[in-house]
Design a protein around this ligand. Structure first.
Ligand code: UD1
Length: 357
């Protein structure tokens, strides 16, 4: 069996790691194609190095642009790669423009498509990620769902016959990295003069939060008003949009820091008193690490984190400020994101459904 993974953005490199390792262990031929959506070394190269992912066989170098430009450039380049590689499966991850391009290019070439992290829904169609997920799920031949809730969304859309519950591959990576960094104080503590448990860790990058100057200003105002230090890991999109809007990021409680490599991020989250984010992955990572999360969005795809009391959804303003000082919820034994062996189930599902030679 030959599997071709299409990846391009930071969270996809994390999800790729356990798949690449499992494919290698099981003797599956695995070709990695990097679209180039993320090109900054701290958003791309360090993930390949730290998570020991083989270098991509093909790098499309697409870079930034409008949704149409970026997705169109990926589609044109992927057509050639997929035609020459002729994999048994094109495997696409998550909900970015790289996911959509990989799925559309492969399905039009009659190459079977599997979607990892299928079935997530925010039901907010103004989010580019929501459109990418819905279109990808309906184009794909095999839907690899992380949770029971994702399976039920797929069933509601008539996609149950193509769906398999595999668990969440991010859990696979996170549990390994958490154990590897245990007892190692995060480098940023010394760098910023902070104590373990004495700061919140924040990331903000989603278009709906960064691209409206008023909303972005309200988020930064709220972070600045928190009663303890807030380490803001500034994604390039946030930096660019704040600059365009003439907004200073570092004020009040906010301490700006560059994005972190994955092990450093996990260590920094473990040592924090809470996480404030609009990332999908970090909501779940906080839950798995037993750290309270405050999500600056009206909806979440990871509803289990809210239902179990570890995540609250807030609007920028006093609700955000107050949420950063709420008490830690009681421990839970619930494991909605699987057992850390999702990648093995993904490869088994691909083998079971692969066309015979
Ligand atoms: C993308 C995904 C988002 C995911 C996020 C993870 C889409 C639609 N969005 O958002 O779902 O959560 O990745 O980070 O695919 N930029 C750089 N250097 C880079 C990459 C981007 O400076 O390496 C800047 C550019 O100004 C670019 C902007 O960030 O225009 C946005 O980048 P883009 O990849 O389009 O989307 P993200 O915001 O990263």
């Amino acid at each position: 069996m030959k599997v071709l993974s299409v990846v391009g953005a930071r969270p996809q490199f994390v999800k790729l790691a356990p798949i690449a390792h499992e494919a290698a262990a099981r003797g599956v031929e695995h070709v990695i194609v990097h679209t180039g959506q993320h090109y900054d070394p701290m958003l791309s190269d360090v993930f390949f190095e730290d998570l020991k992912i083989p270098a991509p066989a093909v790098h499309l170098g697409v870079g930034s642009g409008s949704h149409g430009q970026q997705t169109g450039a990926m589609l044109a380049a992927l057509d050639d790669v997929l035609e020459s590689q002729q994999p048994d499966w094109a495997l696409v991850y998550g909900d970015t423009n790289s996911t959509l391009a990989g799925a559309l290019s492969a399905v039009k070439l009659h190459i079977p498509v599997a979607h990892l992290e299928a079935g997530l829904r925010s039901f907010n169609r103004t989010m580019p990620e929501e459109i990418n997920r819905v279109v990808t799920d309906h184009a794909a031949d095999l839907l690899l769902a992380p949770t029971d809730v994702a399976m039920s969304h797929l069933a509601d859309e008539g996609l149950a016959p193509r769906s398999v519950l595999v668990g969440d591959v991010m859990t696979d990576v996170l549990l390994q990295v958490r154990d590897a960094v245990a007892g190692r104080p995060p480098a940023l503590l010394a760098e910023l003069g902070l104590e373990p448990g004495g700061y919140s860790l924040a990331t903000i990058h989603r278009a709906e939060n960064t691209d409206d100057a008023g909303r972005l200003g309200a988020i930064i105002d709220a972070l600045a008003a928190v009663d303890h230090p807030v380490v803001l890991l500034a994604h390039p999109r946030l930096v660019a949009k704040a600059r365009d809007a003439g907004l200073a990021l570092e004020r009040g409680s906010v301490r700006v820091h560059a994005p972190l490599a994955y092990p450093d991020l996990v260590a920094a989250a473990v040592a924090s008193r809470g996480v404030v984010t609009d990332s999908g992955g970090l909501q779940k990572e906080a839950f798995l690490l037993g750290v309270p999360c405050t999500t600056v969005r009206p909806q979440t795809e990871w509803v289990e984190t809210v239902e179990l009391g570890w995540n609250v959804l807030v609007e920028p303003g006093q609700a955000l400020v107050a949420a950063t000082s709420r008490p830690t919820p009681p421990d839970t034994t619930a494991a909605p994101y699987g057992d850390g062996h999702a990648a093995a189930r993904v490869i088994t599902a691909l083998e079971s459904a692969a066309p015979s030679p």
